[in-house]
Design a protein around this ligand. Structure first.
Ligand code: NAD
Length: 252
């Protein structure tokens, strides 16, 4: 449970971030929802409030250090501190028209994926760190990696390499910020707008869906809330002796 913990979830306007924010609300947290899409962010705030929890929205593009600083300041001034940072915001950025491989990937795509998936995790960690260190409510960071950070995916050189780097950043953060805990998780294919976009862009949608679900021993897509529950566990005091670790959540 996350009773009274102040939790920030980056990119919580949809997908896994939204499901996690709502689950945090169910578990008694005060939730700071943040995204680049204000409309979706406001919807998430409503869903969190429906659980009876307090929630607020702050627009934040994790590429901007200024916006991250403002996000952390708002969390602290609104709720009196910061106990949990869920670094969820991430992009895949496959160009579905050209499917670029490592030798044809444009520099601007590489840069964007790195700025959001890796540098954004570091910047949010950096600015949350003083408040997490000051927290007396079991502070924790939970980082979104991916199975793509453990094995290679085709036409995803930037994505896979950022997610592998997030796993190493998690370990380095756990050391530098101890006793603040820091863990990561590696989802398989989860039923979110990110995966839906990937499937929708394919000529043979059924074949892509069969390939995605067939790669899991439990032959379906994961549900966002299934990941959200793992994030909440890692953020909670039930995980009080777990740090610097990575957990797969991929249906086997
Ligand atoms: P999604 O695309 O459904 O949602 C991502 C959210 O992040 C969106 O609300 C989007 O507006 C927001 N966002 C995008 N750019 C941003 C930025 N610059 N700053 C702040 N917010 C931004 O994605 P998802 O499937 O829910 O994935 C969430 C995380 O989980 C990502 O880090 C992703 O890499 C990781 N992941 C997802 C899957 C999957 O199968 N869905 C698998 C492995 C890892």
């Amino acid at each position: 449970m996350l009773e009274d913990k102040v939790c920030v979830v980056t990119g919580s306007g949809g997908g896994i971030g939204r499901a996690t924010a709502v689950e945090m609300g169910r578990q008694g947290a005060k939730v700071v929802v943040t995204d680049v899409n204000d409309e979706f962010g406001a919807e998430t705030v409503d869903l969190v409030r429906e659980t009876g929890a307090e929630a607020t929205y702050v627009r934040c593009d994790v590429r901007s250090e200024d916006e991250i600083r403002a996000l952390v300041d708002t969390a602290v001034t609104t709720f009196g501190g910061l106990d949990v940072l869920h670094n969820n915001a991430g992009v895949h950025e496959t160009d579905f028209a050209t499917y670029p491989t490592v030798d044809t990937l444009p520099l601007d795509v590489w840069t964007k994926v790195y700025e959001i998936n890796l540098r954004g995790v570091w910047l949010a960690t950096k600015h949350a760190a003083p408040h997490l260190r000051a927290s007396y409510r079991g502070p924790a960071i939970v980082n979104a990696a991916s199975i793509g950070g453990l094995v290679g995916y085709p036409m995803a050189a930037a994505y896979c390499s950022t997610k592998g780097a997030v796993l190493q950043l998690t370990r380095a953060t756990a050391i530098d910020l101890a006793p603040v805990r820091c863990n990561a998780y590696c989802p398989g294919s989860i039923d979110t707008p990110m995966v839906q976009k990937y499937v929708d862009a394919a000529d043979d949608k059924d074949a892509i869906m069969r390939a995605l679900t067939g790669s899991h021993l439990i032959p379906r897509l994961g549900q966002p809330v299934e990941v959200g529950r793992l994030v909440c566990f890692l953020a909670s005091d039930d995980a009080s002796f777990i740090t610097g670790s990575a957990f797969t959540i991929d249906g086997g």
